[in-house]
Design a protein around this ligand. Structure first.
Ligand code: NAP
Length: 350
């Protein structure tokens, strides 16, 4: 076993890299587990660089207005890490933003392991971590930034059109040209589905909100906003049976099934947005850190990133079912690094 690490960061989205940048600049030489490149992670949507690496343009991350970023990418990233760039695209894309954050963390001395942490022992100090490749590490402090994954319906046709009309984030993708002035489908009946359907009416010609029951789970006020919006049609007691599309255009429609009558219908649509919840990536913690009933880590102090285990901090979507934005994740990543640094100082670990 190697020497005990001062700070181990698990996760490689905006929270993980922001934590790494701050911890590295505090001379803590953080070790980041960015995740393993496996088929299982590909299917679950948990590959290194997180959810943003699966999106296209990121228009709401401060500091990256539209413009030609190519020269900057070439000068700031090793050639092998410059993601493919559509020559018509301006501003930053999710994969580019994540590579830039990763590089920034590396520039300050962050060490990176491309492996999954599959189990931890937080019952004694230093903490012990085991990886998929069978390695063992020990750490005085941990920052958990493993994020969450969007839930999808699980249809094979849905997989086929991910990023080509199937999305799980209207706020991220809704304004893309492919969705403008088209009919769009939103699936779900919670606050996210209400928010996404309402948001998409800015761009879509019509929004169909497909919900499997006859009443919404969403708060009254958000549901009311949907029901009063003339651009939204609710399809009650309905599920999506198949996403329809073709190689060239991506999504062209959906086949719906009414659960009460078993009747099916085909809707023309340029996109389908799943808003059926997220699943935080906390299984590997085996309940050693306090979570809510959905598995999201619960902070133990207000405005701090402390968890129920002293020396374990959390950042980003793994502890946030509410905001789920790159900028809020980056913010809590920074906070977790500062909290870990102060924790180590009180324990005399330098
Ligand atoms: P949610 O409240 O868990 O709702 C998920 C919805 O998806 C439910 O309506 C559920 O149907 C449906 N669903 C789940 N699995 C499905 C499946 N396999 N097929 C079809 N439908 C399925 O999740 P959320 O809407 O993402 O909200 C998460 C949290 O964030 C909530 O606490 C919410 O209040 C909060 N939030 C707040 C705001 C805001 O206030 N601005 C915005 C977004 C989110 P059933 O109802 O039949 O179970």
């Amino acid at each position: 076993m190697s020497v005990t690490e001062r700070v181990v960061i698990i996760g490689s989205g905006p929270a993980g890299w922001s934590a790494a940048i701050y911890a590295a600049r505090a001379n803590l030489e953080p070790l980041v587990f960015e995740g393993a490149i496996t088929d299982e992670n590909r299917i679950r949507g948990t590959l290194p660089l997180g959810q943003l690496s699966m999106t296209t343009e990121v228009e709401n991350y401060p500091g990256f207005p539209a413009g030609d970023l190519s020269p900057y990418l070439k000068s700031s990233l090793p050639e092998a890490n410059v993601p493919f760039r559509d020559p018509h695209m301006t501003g930053v894309t999710g994969p580019e933003l994540m590579e830039l954050m990763r590089q920034q963390a590396k520039n300050f001395g962050t060490r990176i392991v491309t492996d999954d942490v599959v189990s931890v022992d937080l019952s004694k100090r230093p903490f012990t971590l085991k990886t998929l490749e069978g390695q063992e590490y020990t750490a005085h402090s941990l920052i958990i930034a493993t994020g969450a994954r969007a839930n999808y319906l699980g249809l094979p046709s849905e997989d086929l059109y991910k990023n080509r009309g199937v999305s799980a984030c209207a706020v991220c993708d809704g304004a893309l040209p492919r969705f403008r002035n088209k009919s769009l489908v939103v699936v779900g009946g919670g606050d996210s589905a209400m928010e996404e359907a309402t948001y998409l009416t800015k761009f879509a010609s019509t929004v169909y909100l497909v919900h499997r029951r006859g009443e919404f789970r969403a708060s009254k006020i958000m549901a009311q906003r949907v029901l009063e919006n003339p651009k939204i049609t609710v399809k009650w007691f309905t599920t999506v049976e198949e996403v329809l599309g073709d190689e060239k255009k991506g999504v062209t429609g959906v086949r719906l099934k009414n659960l009460q009558t078993s009747e099916t219908e085909v809707l023309e649509a340029g996109g389908m947005f799943c808003a059926i919840g997220h699943t935080p990536n906390t299984d590997f913690l085996a309940k050693q850190v306090k979570t809510d009933d959905k598995g999201y880590i619960v902070y133990s102090l207000p405005f701090r990133t402390n968890t129920s285990v002293e020396g374990v901090f959390a950042a980003g979507d793994v502890a946030d079912s509410y905001y789920r934005q790159a900028i809020t994740s980056a913010g809590t990543g920074c906070m977790a690094a500062l909290d870990a640094e102060r924790f180590l100082a009180t324990k005399g670990v330098h």
